[in-house]
Design a protein around this ligand. Sequence first.
Ligand code: ACM
Length: 767
Amino acid sequence: MELFTSKHLSFKLIVLLILVGAIKAAAQETSRYPLIPYPSKLITGTGSFIISTKTNIKTDSRFESEAEQLSELLGNGLGKKLSINKSEKNSRIKLVYDASITAAEGYKLSVTPQQVTISAKYPAGMFHAVETIRQLLPVSIEEGIAHKQLSLPAVTIADEPAYDWRGMHLDVSRHFFSVSYLKKFIDRLALYKMNKLHLHLTDDQGWRIEIKKYPLLTEQGAWRTFNNQDSACMKRAADNPDFTIDKEHIIQRDGKTLYGGFYTQEEMKGVVAYAAARHIDIIPEIDMPGHMMAAINSYPFLTCNGENKFGELFSKPICPCNETTFEFAENVFTEIMDIFPSKYIHIGGDEVDRSDWGKSDACKALMQREGIKDLPALQSYFINRMEKFFNSKGRKMIGWDEVIEGGVTKSAIVMYWRTWVPDAPVKAVKNGNTVIMAPGEPLYFDNQPDQYTIYKVYHFNPVPKALNNQEAKAIIGAQAEIWTEMIPSEKRADYMYMPRMTALAENLWTNKPDRYESYTKRLVTQFARMDAMKINYRLPDLPGLLNNYVFTDEGKLSIDKPLPSLNIRYTTDGSVPDVQSSELPSPLTIKTSQQIKVAPFTAAGTRGDIYTLNYKQQQMLGPIKIAPPQPGLMCSYYKAYFKETALMRNAKIDSTFISDKIAVPASVKVPSFGISYKGYIDVPADGIYSFYLNCDDGGVLSIGNDVTVNNDGNHSAQERSGQIALKMGAHPFMLDFIEGGGGFTLKLRYSVNGSEPKEVPAGWLKH
Ligand code: ACM
């Protein structure tokens, strides 16, 4: 009875009102303030501030260029820039200096129906505030559509980033990207408050920056005949035009077709200035001592023995044992420092085939003279000497995490990429180094994105678990990489990094993983902005699709649209769906075994990923008798490198063990291996079972005597899935898994008759 006293009722009412308020605030967060990254503090307001061409801006003299940027931004939406005043009169948008905002990139924004006040201590913070305002304005401003007036929702924001280093990398060597694309890229970084652009300017496949002292680096080194990566792209272009090599980088010279290009120093200085105006620092990387084939081609004196070819894994490096190499490197970096004012210069230092150094007389003599004990230490000799040179010019050196192998000074900054060496960043921090986290998983944005990618990027924790709070301060942020071996066009580049860069941006700025749901809703509004900006972003995944389906009588295919505005089209004749293809009915009934290709399309005709769905009619598979079943699967372990799982069949088994789960034992430490899990799967009921095999590298699952999921070959983590109709009882089960090197993933989940996927219960696995 107590429950119904008026005291409790009013308490319930208050709780209800708070709840309604919270729901309303959450809805506003995603609709009225669809900001990415979401500010660290935002208080919603009521009403709006109306901007017309008559609205004036007043600025503190420290923020004149940001005031100009704001005026231009608003001008895009009003057809005319706003005037900027020094006086108070009529100025209802004010850019003010606020010494109490201590964060270098922090700002405050107050919008009321009467007034907009933007405060910062430094121009970088003021610039981020302008980009916040941009995201609060209608997306049509991106297309320069003139409105009579613009409306800015009332709000109070106090904002600053969680991490100082919020970076993107772009490899312009493997495939080249024009100055105009770099500027577009910078605009997008700025929109999402990223502040570092790392340009990988040189590699085996091309030298992309003019160096006046060594003109052949670009005269010859910037051009190549098509290589195997170009051919692979051309092949893929048959199904996906985004793989077509951008024509503007193909030339004819001396009767030959050449691919390439480079930036003149003047052009690059223009890009640097463009980025600086957007408070983005460009960090140049001249990768050495490895990855130098393009330079060695023109300047063979750089090697120990004149050879310029690939070793077992990597190209032959330049020689750290000749003074002429240091002279070259210092001359190159002197010109680089002249172009790039960044405090940071990246020397690469990754993937060095040091074997020739060991055979060189010059190296033997140097090692003896300097007391250098081994080849990693010889690499450190090179890196540390170059660091001294950088430091003498007032710059800090960054190197990929291999630089710690032979010992590195505390002052070097370590960029961690090798996911399969998880203790590298921990060692670097304990050595006293500052670390930037850029691990391949999940931050190599050249890896094919899938339905899990954005979640993984959003939830990636830049701080390794093994570090305490004090040590964590050495992690200054994170960065994603775009290696472009298989990215030959601007459209493909857009697709690979958008929208996942927005997840990284919010991770590094806001760093509140529990905002994920809200982020996914805000992202939908951002898609509209990306459309207006003509970004070829990857459309959201079609949910719940498998690669291989089975049906006993008839199958039904219906797909929930991830965005209501998308059209899903399909073909059944093997052709790639296009805007002319039929729209998928809901559901499509399938009566015979066949292959269906589906793809989502935007109203503008942009196509998302193409899904190939194989439907097979199958009778329920009857169980087999096993006597008496033992728990767990029988596993064979192979300590060898395999390109495909089938190659395990002829290999020597190193050991065997029993396992009641599909997992790699913790005792496996070698980089390359294979495991075959064999036995029976004992299912508790008749049904259509779906299996999801996520692996890096390859895996093949067979149930009954057929392949149910084929995810074979050497590749980064990817999920493939398939179905089988099983009667209750035991069925032959075999899962072959191979890891080629570079870190593995192995996960098998199941669902039955459309249930949520989960791990296969231990009790089902027998031998
Ligand atoms: C790298 O991916 N070699 C840094």
